[in-house]
Design a protein around this ligand. Structure first.
Ligand SMILES: [Zn+2]
Length: 283
């Protein structure tokens, strides 16, 4: 039996863009893309985050060109009550209570709050960290790919651990086609699952027992649960800027199979309001 964890799913800001970008055949209408992050309470390891969503640092990092293009292209709404620090305070927590941040991938809307957690250790897949660090100093290239290296804490390197170095374990057979995970804490409670394509080393997080049910946080491997269930990939324009289209489609098809055959599994994309509401409703 895996250790039971608790999961709070928090909305930390949002951006808006066209539905037809999120799914082929989608409407030419603006759609809300919340930045969701997972706040996990582990019985012995304390408080852990899966991504951070947006933060004030995002606005500092995108003040000047070329980074300013990022926020012009994807306007961000971050009301004070949605700040992660404010939501933690509501739960009686301070930023120092967060001991670990699991980074799905390094896009600005997933890591903007890293600087707020001075005590945290970070987990990411090695390939993703290497590709992100290789963009340091290449401001235009980084921006055009959705990366803002200025968001990294100055002492990031000694604090990041490659999830790849954790023990590899078999996933439950019903999770096929995903067969193996990386046991981040060594107790089977948090299993990192590579979901390549959207970025080279994107990391999903499977929790066999989050408050009594299985949960799979899937980052940006799909943007919308309803579109995933229907097997509708993002637009061809988005495909053009996806680093590995073939692997993206492969990951997406695998998740689609799961979404259809395992309705009891909470599959949670980082930016899907429907999945978030279904999760809260079933809690
Ligand atoms: Zn992304």
């Amino acid at each position: 039996m895996a250790t039971t964890v608790k999961l709070h799913l928090l909305r930390v800001g949002a951006c808006r863009h066209l539905e037809c970008m999120a799914a082929r055949g989608g409407r030419w209408a603006m759609m809300d893309f919340p930045a969701l992050c997972g706040l996990i309470q582990h019985p012995t390891r304390g408080w852990i985050l899966y991504d951070t969503g947006y933060a004030e640092h995002f606005f500092t990092a995108t003040e000047h060109l070329p980074e300013r293009l990022y926020r012009q292209f994807l306007p961000v709404d971050l009301p004070p009550a949605e700040l992660l620090t404010a939501q933690l305070a509501t739960l009686g927590l301070t930023t120092a209570d967060i001991g670990t941040v699991i980074i799905s991938h390094y896009h600005g809307d997933h890591i903007a709050g890293l600087r707020d957690f001075p005590k945290a250790q970070f987990f990411a897949l090695r390939k993703d960290t290497e590709q992100f660090l290789a963009l340091t100093g290449k401001r235009w290239r980084a921006t055009l790919q959705g990366y803002l290296p200025g968001l990294l804490p100055d002492d990031f390197l000694p604090r990041v651990q490659a999830a790849d170095d954790c023990a590899q374990v078999d996933l439950p057979a019903w999770l096929q086609p995903f067969t193996s995970g990386l046991d981040l804490l060594g107790d089977g409670s948090l299993l990192a699952v590579p979901l390549p394509g959207h970025s080279h080393g994107q990391m999903g997080l499977f929790m066999p027992d989050a408050d009594g049910r299985p949960v799979f946080l899937i980052g940006d491997a799909a943007w919308s649960l309803p579109f995933l269930r229907e097997g509708r990939l993002p637009s061809r324009l988005v495909a053009m800027i996806t680093p590995d289209r073939r692997r993206y489609a492969q990951t997406f098809r695998g998740l689609q199979q799961l979404a259809v055959k395992e309705p009891a599994l909470a599959l949670l994309p980082s930016h899907c309001t429907v999945a978030w509401q279904e999760y809260l409703h079933d809690a």
